[in-house]
Design a protein around this ligand. Sequence first.
Ligand code: RB5
Length: 164
Amino acid sequence: MKIAIGCDHIVTDVKDKLKEALIQNGHQILDVGTYDFVRTHYPIFGQKIAEAVVHKKCDFGIAICGTGVGISNSAQKIKGARVALIRDLSAAKIARKQYNANIIAFGGRITGLGIMEEAVDIFINQKFTGDQKLVDFLDGIVKENKEVSFAKELADWEKGKYHD
Ligand code: RB5
């Protein structure tokens, strides 16, 4: 599978460990950052993960911030992203089976790596067997992608000028 993964600065180490485990399991990873522990903002990475999935650069996405709340909400704003904030294995299964979620999110300060690794495995291998009409309804709730103006932050980030 090709998987987009991203996080904010307080869980970069968690993201790197999960990424390493996924590579060991034969997955191809698109790491959209962040790559260090310098203060940044989770919506930047939620948006990047969701866009990689929605634009079909990746099969699935993994989003991690401290609680998982900020980055999952951010990714959810992108039309076509169906994000599940997961803390247990049964929800990881149902998120795919019934809701056809395409991004799994975690609180890296809340959920342990062991659960994350297993949850991702369950999530990406579970087939969707739910009601497609409901999924279409969900996708239809977001009418358009508004241009969220993180363009300046992203440009500054690329130039190495980023300051909190
Ligand atoms: C740090 O910015 C922290 O607020 C963030 O990682 C997350 O916990 C938000 O939901």
